[in-house]
Design a protein around this ligand. Structure first.
Ligand SMILES: [Zn+2]
Length: 385
């Protein structure tokens, strides 16, 4: 049996003076291998990842493996605790309005005086060393840069968004693999993967893979892979090829406000199968799960359909379903369109698909105003069996 440790970190102090803390769990195999960091619920209403972390912890406590794991379930406790009625207001900081998963830092793009060094000078002083040593030292440099940035940014007091997100980036700095567990609103299972990870992402056997550019756009996956993309680019500029030996994904595990332990077990099997491919688990270990046809798409083919009118919405299609061009996606009910019995039928207005597509998300609420995001759909998918 492997040992599981827990350390709590106070992450927010409330007006009452009480502190909210998050819990960091660690399992170390004692054997050389990848360092994997897995976190859930940065968006506070997106809960399924916690069920998955529970099953992953259970597996790694009870099975031999190579490497180290850190887990942060409920990574943004203030967001999960932010309840309005029975619902969780979890996507945005209720005080500042920021989207919680757009608060991360492109640390290597910060000026030298803020991070206490620069990527250029790191590369210049490491150009002749073996990759394993460069990699180890770069992780330390990354961690130290984040720490320095944190001190720089808190000179005039701590910004609550920066405090949490620099903390999460620091925890992830020694990692070789980062998995950020999210859900959509009412959603199927899909995964965001940087284009350079095209080969490995297949091992998750997720029904939809959204291939994103190898660039920073403020989310956790990008904040953690971008420094490695930049490192490779800098070495290349000096004429030296190094591997891009780091992977980071955002996994979208169905719909928000839900926890299903049985599905969490299945989700964990997908992740374990991927980690087996990364050399963390014996090749003879078998994980059983359904292997759907994988549909890959580019970010440009992940389209949002905005509500063309306000009203109450009947969604005809569920997340994951194929919709053919001209088929009904939804029907709006709007009573302001009725003025007398002769106009009664105008209350209903269908919305039809303009292209063949798969439903990835739909709005979690049936009451929508004009211009709200109603669906995210996937067009031009490439099937991988
Ligand atoms: Zn999310």
């Amino acid at each position: 049996m492997n040992k599981l440790d827990r350390v709590d970190y106070p992450i927010k102090e409330l007006p009452s003076g009480d502190k909210v803390s998050l819990s960091l769990f660690r399992i170390d195999s004692g054997q050389e291998g990848p360092h994997v960091h897995i976190q859930a619920s940065v968006h506070g209403a997106e809960l399924q990842g916690n069920a998955v972390i529970f099953h992953l912890m259970e597996y790694f406590i009870n099975h031999p493996f190579k490497g180290t794991l850190t887990f942060i379930p409920l990574a943004n406790p203030a967001a999960t605790n932010s309840k309005i009625g029975a619902y969780t207001y979890g996507r945005f900081n209720p005080i500042t309005g920021h989207n919680w998963n757009r608060c991360y830092e492109d640390v290597m793009a910060r000026p030298e005086e803020q991070i206490g060094g620069s990527l250029k000078s790191f590369v210049a002083s490491n150009s002749d060393r073996p990759w394993e040593k460069i990699k180890r030292d770069y992780k330390n440099f990354l961690f130290q840069s984040l720490k320095n940035l944190e001190s720089y940014l808190s000179k005039k007091g701590e910004n609550e968004n920066k405090k949490l997100f620099l903390f999460l980036q620091k925890v992830a700095a020694p990692a070789d693999i980062v998995l950020d567990l999210h859900t959509g609103p009412a959603s199927t299972r899909y995964i965001y993967s940087a284009l350079y990870q095209k080969k490995s992402v297949v091992n998750f056997h997720f029904p939809f893979v959204l291939n994103i550019p190898n660039e920073f756009a403020q989310a956790m996956d990008e904040a953690t892979f971008t420094p490695w993309v930049q490192l490779q680019r800098e070495f290349k500029a000096l004429g030296k090829e190094i591997p891009l030996d780091f992977e980071s994904y955002t996994l979208e595990l169905g719909s928000e406000e839900l926890v299903n332990l049985d599905k969490g077990h299945e989700d964990a099997q997908h992740i374990l199968h991927y980690l087996k491919g990364q050399g963390m688990i014996e090749a003879s270990e078998q994980f059983t799960f359904e292997r759907p046809v994988q549909r890959h798409l580019l970010l440009k083919d992940y389209r949002t359909i905005y509500a063309p009118m306000g009203g109450l919405v009947h969604f005809h299609k569920a997340a994951g379903e194929l919709v053919k061009k001209g088929e009904k996606l939804a029907t709006f009910l709007n009573f302001k369109r009725i003025s007398d019995e002769s106009t009664f039928s105008r209350a209903l207005e269908p919305l039809v698909a303009q292209e063949d597509c798969y439903i990835i998300n739909h709005c979690a609420s049936a009451s929508v105003s004009k211009g709200m995001e109603l669906f995210q759909v996937a067009e031009n998918c490439q099937e991988i069996k």
